[in-house]
Design a protein around this ligand. Structure first.
Ligand code: TRP
Length: 446
């Protein structure tokens, strides 16, 4: 269909069994630490409801555009970012440019390596909430004696093994099956938690923190920079993760509608997380601080003081594990897919190689919380946006906007019209470049 680079030697590439499994896997990828950890405090910090205006704008205009681009790029070439860019550049007889395909893959792998460390922490906190030990400790000391030390190592290894055991089973039997269970469960559990949090005495201060708009923030560039970085990271844009998932869908999957669904549920997940975490933190007079302290120190303190805190702690940490693991599956799939096709080896072998890489490169990060922060900043500020820009240019400019739109519209009930050419080719690409430059200037978005 209008393309001579699709269906490269595709005999039996594993696929999502249907649209529902694909969408749930995408929502699983989108909802993660970006929603639960970063979004709640950012809303409060950058003007409350005022922040939501640029954020919604970016998620629903640029986020959906980027998602459509990544899904269609993957589906057209039946390859992840590395193979997809190679196919596009070779078709245009600029094969040297194919090395650019390594950038989005390295970005995905980089985030995966840091993310696995945090998933390890959530596993530890889940077990500690079951045993109840989390309920009887000084939360600050507990975190300090664990994170950044060798004690975190076994949990890091457990996170890697858990993720790769799922990934090694493949797309339909691994990624899809797990997401179909854990993502609906995530929503059910978090809605229960949100109701509990909103009905706590003193929750109002937290609701105000999130909702009272401080319009002056709209005049500050940093608000827009943060909203943009947040929007890109949270829907999983980096020119990699959604290309990989898109490479496993059939031509009847409705790409525009999948993109909108991913953006809507991702936003819902972020709002539910914010309205769970912030009111609870305020109800117990704690600080809505950024970074590790929020989930791993402030919330355990909340559970210690709350009626039935033991039960809610268990529910909370299992829901966080669901959100985090479903994102990590997407992140690790990026380099895994690239290894499988670059070296023509089995998924099992590629998973083992990835496990070793994550362990070796990740261990110094396990042992140093500061390094974890620096690593995640570096990858999310410099490499991810660069990957997003490179793939967008490759698909919209090099492959060509009309053909790109044709691929996006394959299987779509409501195809995107000609207006999309402008949004994709100019608005998305230039704003993505802007994220990259502003990210460097402001040093830390995403
Ligand atoms: N969206 C996830 C989160 O909010 C992170 C994530 C998963 C991601 N896959 C990605 C980010 C691919 C960039 C690219 O935590």
């Amino acid at each position: 269909m209008g393309s001579n680079i699709n269906n490269l030697n595709e005999n039996q590439r594993d696929t999502f069994s249907g649209k529902f499994g694909f969408i749930l896997a995408c929502i699983g990828s989108a909802i993660g630490m970006g929603n639960i950890w970063m979004f709640p405090w950012r809303v409060g910090k950058f003007g409350g409801a005022a922040f939501l205006i640029p954020y919604f704008l970016f998620v629903f205009i640029l986020g959906t555009t980027g998602l459509m681009e990544e899904f269609a790029l993957g589906r057209t070439t039946k390859r992840g970012a590395l193979g997809a860019l190679k196919a596009i550049f070779e078709e245009k007889k600029i094969p040297g440019a194919a090395v650019l395909g390594y950038i989005p893959v390295i970005g995905g792998a980089g985030i995966a390596i840091g993310y696995a460390v945090v998933v390890g922490w959530t596993l530890k906190y889940f077990i500690a909430s079951i045993s109840g030990s989390l309920l009887n400790v000084n939360a600050g000391e507990y975190f300090g004696s664990f994170a950044g030390t060798i004690n975190a190592s076994p949990w890091h290894i457990a996170a890697i093994i858990l993720t790769l055991a799922i990934l090694a089973r493949g797309v339909s039997q691994g990624i899809e099956k797990v997401n179909k269970i854990i993502m609906p469960a995530f929503f059910v559990l978090f809605i229960i938690l949100m109701i509990r949090s909103l009905t706590l005495e003193g929750a109002n201060a937290g609701i105000e923190y999130l909702l009272v708009p401080d319009w002056s923030y709209l005049a500050k560039p940093i608000t827009w920079v943060m909203a943009l970085g947040q929007a890109f990271f949270t829907v999983s844009l980096g020119g990699s993760g959604m290309v990989a998932y898109g490479s496993y869908i059939k031509d009847d999957v409705d790409i525009p509608s999948s993109a909108v669904n991913t953006a809507v549920f991702d936003t819902l997940g972020a709002m539910i997380a914010a309205f769970t975490i912030i009111p609870a933190v305020f109800a117990f007079g704690l600080d809505p601080t950024a970074g590790p302290p929020l989930l791993f120190i402030s919330l355990p303190m909340v559970f210690q003081q709350m009626a039935f805190g033991h039960l809610f702690a268990i529910v909370f940490f299992i829901a966080i594990i669901f959100a985090a693991v479903s994102s990590l599956l997407n992140l690790v799939e990026i380099p895994t897919e690239a290894i499988i096709h670059r070296f023509n080896i089995s998924r099992k072998k590629a998973s083992i190689i990835m496990g070793i890489i994550m362990l070796v490169v990740g261990t110094p990060i396990v042992l140093d919380v500061d390094l974890l922060g620096k690593w995640m900043d570096f990858v999310s500020i410099y490499i991810l946006p660069l990957g997003a820009v490179i793939t967008a240019i490759a698909f919209f400019w090099i492959y060509g906007m009309d053909r790109a739109r044709e691929q996006i519209n394959l299987g779509a009930k409501k195809p995107v019209g000609k207006w999309f050419n402008f949004v994709g080719k100019y608005v998305f690409v230039f704003v993505a470049v802007a994220v990259f430059i502003l990210g460097i200037v402001y040093g830390g978005i995403g």
